[in-house]
Write a protein that binds this ligand. Structure first.
Ligand code: TPP
Length: 618
């Protein structure tokens, strides 16, 4: 997998400090390194958030060892404060920032093009299209970084990050270096007069990069005399475009520039393709960056012999969203004046999947502790004057409580936003009980400053911290509250209760997520408190419970419905919504699928007719 290939490159070049914060599609880089950290003597950590991750790894690199940090695209927003200045001081040991973009926002709140960050921070960026390239380019990125003394981005997108292939490995260099700090105030004290000089230095380094690249053979341009049509593409988009060229039998007719340095762009090769063709189709994700840049270069090339540029801005490719083979093939066929040919393998695969897999909505897992927390909140909401609360949501599995049947969240923006937004509602005078719901990992990531803010300004809000003892949504990575490091070692647990107390919150209660009445009463008491209050609803993630049972060889005892007692009220199906409970339309009764039930007992508490209980062993 590309992410593993990146991790492998880090091992091959002797990275000594690797950090990250979980986020699809980039998580496997740090996960893979965590597995080998100990024998290699590498420090690998899941940092509390992306800013801290970048600060830790870049400091190690300032101290002369090689560092790497990995995050998803929105993580760069969090890390952007340090990102904007780290290039001014520069680093010493090679430093790579891996960023996984998510065109189409399949697993994210937005699609966002990290190439813009590379431009804004003026930090070089390489962009592989396959696992093999990911390994080679990451190695190269370390070399470039050390030569230029700048961090280097390696950008992937979901389809590249998660694609797999055969990869030729290189030798592993065992790092022998110890970090050393050579003081240099004019370099590391970024600001004021120093900033101007460092900015100039950074610009010069970027200009140097063009020279460095020449012998490395990056940015492959394939062009022959007489080719009137050109394609400029990068990353996953290059794969779609190259496949379209092959499938449409245009190999001899189309010039292709595969852009591998997304900052700085390969201007000379771009100008060549502009000069020598009549039309250039730009296939890129997500913003029309190369397209705009090519138009800018067209002014420099000027004269009649400059190609027209086609892409997202000309409507040849849709404005937004992830690309695919068809999106690339259609305008290409049009410009080449050949009939379009669809990729039948893909079309067949899609049809087969559609037939084999029934459509399924997003949902919380069966036995998820959040089912208990939000059912309790729903009970509370029903008892309020207006029979509703203002539910400010956050990122993570809890976000699924916004969907039917729970529908207890009215919003979701970005990590940590729920608490400050709830406070904003309170100051605005919103006449509803205001509840901010946030996961445990998110609380550590960015929930603490807004909680302090709410305390200082005495916001009348209830913060529901749903602690499922893991960073569930991204694959169960540890966080400061779990007492485990990225390498699986036990470490000090940071207590959420103590953090909340230290923030100055006066009303704090911890409840068991699997006890609905206890949680409900705690929310009720919390809402009666005049200032900010916190309810920590704690219950182990159901997936972890399943894993624990598999590891320990224990059997999870399922619950069952007593069909005689079931009055077909459907509360468990329509109001609660654990996916282990289904409706038998022949019997007109609720039934529990034993293979999905983890035995959490929430449904027993939900059933008003006491028809649900632990199954009797047969
Ligand atoms: C800035 C940023 N970094 C990372 C992510 C990826 N991400 C999405 S959900 C999530 C997990 C949140 O974990 P937690 O708060 O514990 O909630 P859970 O999923 O366990 O309920 C993460 C890290 C993101 N969306 N934004």
């Amino acid at each position: 997998m590309t992410n593993q290939a990146i991790a492998r490159a880090a091992v091959e070049v002797g990275v000594q400090v690797a950090t990250g914060y979980p986020g699809t599609p980039a998580s496997e880089v740090i996960e893979s390194l965590g597995l080998v950290a100990e024998p290699l003597g590498m420090h690998v950590e899941w940092a509390v958030n992306e800013k801290v991750a970048l600060e830790v790894a870049s400091a190690a690199s300032i101290a002369g060892v090689r560092g790497l940090t990995a995050m998803k695209h929105v993580g760069v927003n969090v890390a952007s404060d340090i990102l904007m200045v780290i290039g001014l001081s520069g680093i010493n040991g090679g430093m790579v920032i891996v960023v996984g973009d998510d065109p189409g926002a399949w697993v994210s709140q937005n699609e966002q093009d990290s190439r813009l960050y590379a431009q804004m921070a003026n930090i070089p960026m390489l962009e592989p299209s396959s696992p093999q390239e990911a390994l080679q380019m990451t190695r190269l990125a370390f070399e470039i970084s050390e030569r230029l003394k700048l961090p280097v981005f390696v950008r992937t997108t979901t389809k590249v990050s998660h694609s797999s292939g055969c990869v030729t490995l290189g030798p592993i260099v065992k790092p022998a270096k110890k970090g050393e700090f050579v003081k240099d105030f004019n370099r590391y004290y970024v600001g004021d007069v120093v900033e101007q000089a460092r900015r100039e230095w950074q610009h010069n380094q970027i200009n140097e990069m063009a020279k460095l690249l020449r012998p490395l053979g990056l940015n492959k341009l394939s062009i022959k005399a007489g080719q009137k049509l050109g394609v400029v593409a990068s990353g996953a988009a290059y794969n779609y475009a190259a496949e379209a060229v092959r499938n449409l039998d245009l190999e001899n007719k189309v010039a292709i520039l595969k852009v591998e340095t997304s900052h700085p762009f390969p201007d000379e090769k771009m100008k060549t393709i502009l000069r020598r063709t009549r039309d250039v189709l730009v296939v890129e994700e997500t913003e029309p960056l190369m397209e705009n840049h090519l138009r800018e270069l067209a002014y420099q090339v000027h004269g009649k012999k400059c190609a027209r540029v086609h892409g997202r801005r000309t409507g040849d490719i849709p404005d937004v969203g992830e690309l695919n083979y068809d999106i690339a093939a259609l305008p290409l066929a049009h410009l080449a004046k050949v009939p379009v040919r669809h990729n039948m393998d893909e079309a067949d695969a899609r049809a087969a999947i559609a037939e084999a897999v029934p459509p399924r909505g997003w949902t919380l897992c069966s036995g998820c502790p959040h089912l208990g927390s939000f059912y309790a909140l729903k009970m509370f909401a029903k008892k309020t004057n207006k029979r509703m609360v203002a539910g400010l949501g956050d990122i993570g599995c809890i976000g699924l409580a916004a969907l039917p049947p729970l529908q207890m969240l009215d919003s979701s923006y970005c990590m940590g936003s729920s608490i400050a937004q709830a406070a904003g509602f309170a100051y605005a005078g919103v006449d509803l009980p205001i509840v901010a719901s946030i996961g445990d990992s998110t609380f550590f990531h960015s929930g603490i400053p807004p909680l302090i803010d709410a305390v200082t300004n005495n916001a009348h809000i209830c913060v529901l911290i749903c602690d499922n003892e893991t960073t569930a949504m991204t694959g169960h990575q540890p966080h400061p509250g779990t007492g485990v490091t990225a390498t699986g070692k036990p470490t000090k647990k940071v207590s959420i209760e103590e953090m909340v107390k230290a923030a100055g919150v006066e009303h704090i209660e911890t409840v068991n997520s699997f006890d609905i009445m206890q949680t409900y009463r705690a929310i009720e008491r919390a809402m009666r408190h005049p200032g900010p209050s916190v309810v920590i609803s704690r219950g182990r993630c159901a997936e972890l419970t399943r894993r624990d049972a598999r590891k320990q060889g224990t059997v999870l005892e399922p619950y069952e419905v007593d069909l005689e007692k079931c009055k077909s009220c459907m509360i468990c199906v329509k109001d609660f919504g654990c996916v282990a409970i289904t409706w038998d339309s022949d019997l007109k009764k609720a039934i529990i699928e034993p293979s999905l039930c983890v035995g959490c007992g929430l449904c027993e508490q939900v059933c008003v007719f006491r028809a649900i209980s632990k199954a009797q062993p047969s």
